[in-house]
Design a protein. Structure first.
Length: 95
């Protein structure tokens, strides 16, 4: 798998069995910013809904995602914009 977005999806799916997962490469929007590289694949937005986040704080959720993607950070991933929810969070938001 040479595409970073595909690797991110595979890693997060394996680690969290998500109910919903969306990964968007936003690298073009960050051209010229710190960490931006020619060819992109450095800045991503991730929306992840998983039961694994039930009862976890926002910080714990973020740490878990960063740990799952440690290899990607080591090879050029620079930034993630994270929206991390448990299924119960979604039910509260709808009410």
């Amino acid at each position: 798998m040479s595409n970073r977005a595909d690797r991110i999806v595979a890693r997060l799916t394996e680690a969290f069995s998500p109910a919903r997962l969306r990964v968007v490469d936003e690298s073009a929007r960050h051209a010229g910013h710190a960490g931006a590289q020619p060819g992109g694949q450095t800045h991503y937005a991730v929306e992840l809904v998983t039961a694994a986040f039930e009862g976890q704080s926002r910080v714990a959720r973020s740490r878990a995602v960063h740990a799952a993607l440690a290899d990607e950070f080591a090879t050029g991933l620079h930034a993630l914009a994270l929206t991390l929810r448990a299924p119960s969070d979604e039910k509260v938001a709808l009410n």
